[in-house]
Write a protein that binds this ligand. Structure first.
Ligand code: FAD
Length: 258
């Protein structure tokens, strides 16, 4: 359990906030990269007496606290390490329909975090493990998976080109400068439609796509229906072995996390 403070907060595009977390404890963090993520514990709006859990057995400590002292907890990807500053960045997507909704604690925290605010972070490692012998990789996600997909591209071997389908809320959320293996194709999919359910465009784009030949590893994350839809499509329509697909629902439409 790393005890950290907010060093910096910056809006990088209409729907993304980058938050830099720092502290001596960062030296205890294994810097694997890829889709490495962890649980972030933070104070909710108006909470002044929060007690952060101190060990990996956080659930017990957490549930023993009365509500006013119990921190909020949400899972976020480590977007980039900043070893010289003993820090790392997370990137939180601001939900399109709930920009000011304090009922979504992660969202509200990202919009209000100030330098000096204290948090705790519990690393949960990474899940990206390409099958040996893959000729290329397929990466599919909505905005919640953007930090993981960009971090995967930065860390991937140059011999593993990627075909990326990345859905974002609006065109201004598209990133211009990306480090990726040679011959990578990024298909940006801006919804530009606040009422459209996230994941819809990415699922359809992959279904319609003419994909490269050769064995590949598929990684998909984001809204739960997107992830299960992609997995089903790859298995049923494209004969991809189950063992070559990594998938994780990052959030569920209409349901708060934890
Ligand atoms: C391993 C892992 C890594 C993740 N990495 C990141 C990351 O780097 N950046 C990031 O932004 N998210 C990431 N997520 C997703 C994030 O944890 C969830 O979106 C979380 O639910 C956000 O909490 P919240 O308090 O804002 O909303 P909640 O209180 O959980 O939900 C409130 C409402 O908002 C809706 N909602 C939740 N998430 C979204 C969303 N992304 N867009 C639109 N509506 C939403 C819910 O359906 C619900 O109706 C990750 C999740 C996992 C499991």
């Amino acid at each position: 359990m790393l005890n950290l403070t907010v060093l910096h907060r910056e809006r990088v595009s209409p729907h993304f906030m980058t938050i830099t977390l720092s502290g001596d404890d960062v030296q205890h963090l294994e810097q694997n990269g890829y889709d490495q993520a962890g649980r972030l514990f933070f104070a909710g709006p108006g909470q002044h007496e929060v007690v952060f859990p101190s060990s990996e057995k956080w659930m017990l400590q957490y549930s023993l606290q009365p509500g006013r002292r119990r921190p909020r907890v949400r899972t976020y990807t480590i977007r980039r390490f900043r070893p010289q500053m003993s820090a790392f960045d997370i990137e939180i997507c601001v939900h399109e329909k709930q920009a000011a909704d304090t009922a979504a604690p992660g969202n509200a925290w990202a919009l209000a975090a100030e330098p000096g605010d204290t948090v705790s972070f519990l690393d949960e490692g990474y899940g990206f493990l390409p099958t040996p012998g893959s000729a290329w990789q397929l990466l599919v996600g909505d905005e919640s998976a953007l930090p993981a997909i960009l971090a995967i591209l930065e860390r991937s071997a140059n011999t593993l080109p990627a075909e990326v389908f990345l859905e974002v809320p609006v065109g201004e959320d598209i990133r211009q400068e990306i480090t990726a293996p040679a011959d990578t194709n990024i298909h940006w999919l801006p919804r530009n439609a606040p009422d459209m359910r996230p994941g819809t465009l990415a699922l359809q784009a992959v279904r319609d796509a003419h994909l490269p030949s050769g064995p590949y590893y598929a990684w998909t994350a984001g809204e739960s229906s997107l992830v299960t839809g992609i997995r089903r499509h790859l298995i049923n329509d494209r004969d991809v072995p189950r063992s070559d697909i990594a998938f994780r629902g990052y959030w569920k439409h209409g349901r708060a996390s934890l």
